[in-house]
Design a protein. Sequence first.
Length: 229
Amino acid sequence: MTRVLVVEDDPQLVRSLVINLQARQYGADAAPDGATALRLAATNRPDAILLDLGLPDMDGIDVIKGLRGWTSAPILVVSARHGAADKIQALDAGADDFITKPFSMDELLARLRAATRRGADRSPAGTAETTVVNTPSFSVDLFAKKVRRDGHEIRLTPTEWHLLEILICNPGRLISQRRLLQEVWGSGAGGKTNYLRVYMAQLRSKLEADPSRPRHLITEPGMGYRFEV
C-alpha cells in the first residue's frame, strides 16, 4: 500500500484529504505542524508527502530541506501562496510539484499518482536508475551521451546536452528556472531566462515530434521545466 503523509494544519482539509486518499486505497498519516511531520516521516517512511507551507511552528520550506537531507520521496507542495518566488523557493529546496489552493481533488490525486509512479523508479539520489531513457519520440543514452531519433543520432551542443541531462535525470520533476540557469550557465546567469527559452526551443526542434506542442519537454510558465516520458 502506498503511504502518504499529509502535512496540513487545517483540520477540515486534512479530513477531506485523508478520506479521499483512503477511498483510493492509500495509507494516510497526518501532521498538523512541521516538527510532527519530520518525526512521522522518519518513523513511517511515507512514499509521498503532501505539504502545506504555512505551518504554525516552522515554514514549510524548512520542512522540505529537513526531509531532503535523507529521503527522495516525492514532495507535493499544496499551498495558498501564489507568488512565483514562493514556488521557485519550494522547488529549489527539493519539492517535486506545487499545487495552489484552492485545488481540484481530481487534479491533486492525478499528480500524486504520477509522482508516486516516478518515485518508485527513482534512485536515492533522485536520478533515473537506467542509463537509457526511451520516449515515443527519441531515446537518450546518459552514459554514452548520445541522443537518437527515428534511428538517427541527433547532434546536441554541450549546452543543449547539459540542459537535457538535468531534466532527463529528474523525470516528471519540475526544475526551476533558477536551478537550470545556475547549473548550466553558472551563478552569474541570474535572471537570464531568455537563455532557457532559446535553448529549450532548440531542443524541442531537434527532439519533439511537434515542437509547437511539446510532449516531453514541458514548460511550467513562470516556474521552470519538466521532462515527461
